[in-house]
Design a protein around this ligand. Structure first.
Ligand SMILES: [Fe+2]
Length: 397
């Protein structure tokens, strides 16, 4: 039998994940051992203002200080090009031979940027606008204190510049080692747990939906979806539930390893058009999850097999259902998780007006086309208007 031209066997793909993951409850105890394998004289510790005051930060600092000199950089919430400039000043004057990122996604992203900026001299923000990253910087160690972004294993760094999200994705900023200790996330607040955790679910779902999905990334993403489905609500309700924290930490790693190889789809692109449009910026995961159920319903008829797979990962029985019906079931389950974990359910809730739809569509097409390109169903302008319009609660009209 002639293989069909779109048969998976005829598709070439790359899969890479050069990061060493040291994983498990109390994995932080392996830090000294890992540092011995990364000889350094001068280390830059990149962390957030709250994490910087914790016992784990002192522990990491002491471990670094026992092998060399250590200086710290404190990352402000939602780092912008100004923070990047300050970071570049620090990294270029210090010339560290090791960079450690400790904290949430922003701290890990800025640690990757610090490594890159230590070895490349041009305007820091220019690298986030496509400037070539010629040189590889010092090795990066990531230690996440909350689960979801996947930044601990990805070669991606994101900043917000005047409301516009800019990202670097480059082989030179792959972490060398990631120490993923679920116990470090036990004190994360319920709201941060929800937003960050749902981001992992969105990464996994979009990685499977991506036109560049492959069997390796899909296997990782499938398990990540199941883990978030099992554990996000539990971790939200009881932050000290270590089994739930462990499930989310693993989901974050697996989804990160998946989407960094496949790219993300329409829901992430849409989120970037309204995350900063309301009165105050929205946490990344909370903004992405707003559009995810709508994008899944939109994509489902174009990808029936992938839709059945995502439904299966969520434990949904699709026997006898059409792809469109399965897509609706998936959307309902995600909306359930969002409701249980106190995430915003519609755009009005985050201060966005229906009058902004055209502007958001323009922004999406002009600035976030790479997410549209990865989406399995190509949306027309009318489709996009319809998707945004569907994200407002019409019960009050
Ligand atoms: Fe994300």
């Amino acid at each position: 039998m002639e293989p069909k031209p779109y048969h998976p066997m005829l598709r070439l793909f790359n899969y890479q994940a050069p990061v060493k993951v040291v994983y498990g409850v109390n994995a932080i105890e392996r830090l000294n051992e890992e540092l011995k394998r990364l000889p350094f004289k001068s280390a830059l510790l990149v962390t957030g203002p709250n994490v910087g005051k914790t016992g784990v930060c002192k522990r990491v600092r002491d471990a670094l200080a026992s092998s060399g000199s250590v200086e710290a950089f404190t990352v402000p919430p939602e780092p912008d090009s100004e923070a990047l400039l300050a970071l570049a000043g620090k990294a270029r004057s210090l010339k560290p031979d090791l960079v450690v990122g400790l904290g949430g996604g922003s701290s890990l992203d800025m640690a990757k940027a610090a490594s890159m900026l230590a070895a490349n001299d041009k305007d820091p923000a220019s690298y986030f606008r496509g400037e070539r990253i010629a040189n590889k910087g010092p090795p990066i160690v990531t230690i996440p204190t909350i689960a979801g972004t996947g930044s601990e294993v990805t070669p991606i760094s994101v900043i917000a510049d005047r409301g516009l999200k800019l990202a670097i994705m480059h082989y030179h900023i792959y972490p060398a080692v990631s120490i993923v200790d679920p116990a470090l996330s036990l004190t994360a607040s319920p709201a941060a747990t929800a937003s960050s955790g749902i981001d992992a679910l969105c990464h996994a779902v979009e990685s499977i939906m991506s036109i560049d999905s492959n069997p390796i990334s899909t296997a990782l993403a499938f398990d990540a979806i199941g883990l978030v489905d099992d554990f996000l609500e539990r971790a939200y309700c009881n932050g000290e539930d270590i089994e739930a924290r462990n499930g989310l930490s693993m989901a974050s790693v697996m989804a990160g390893l998946a989407f960094s190889n496949t790219g993300l789809c329409l829901a992430h692109g849409m989120a970037y058009t309204y995350a900063y449009r309301g009165e105050k910026g929205q946490p990344h995961g909370a903004s992405v999850s707003l559009s995810e159920p709508h994008v899944i319903e939109f994509n489902a008829p174009a990808i029936p097999e992938k839709t059945a797979l995502i439904a299966g990962a969520l434990g949904i029985d699709t026997d006898g259902l059409t792809a469109t019906e399965s897509g609706s079931e998936i959307a309902c389950r995600i909306l359930d998780i969002m409701e249980t974990t106190g995430l915003p359910m519609e755009l009005g809730e985050i201060g966005i007006s229906p009058d902004s739809v055209d502007e958001m569509v323009d922004d999406l097409i002009a600035n976030h086309g790479r997410f549209i390109a990865k989406n399995p169903r190509k949306p027309s302008r009318e489709d996009l208007v319809g998707l945004y319009a569907g994200m407002f609660d019409d019960s009050e009209e």
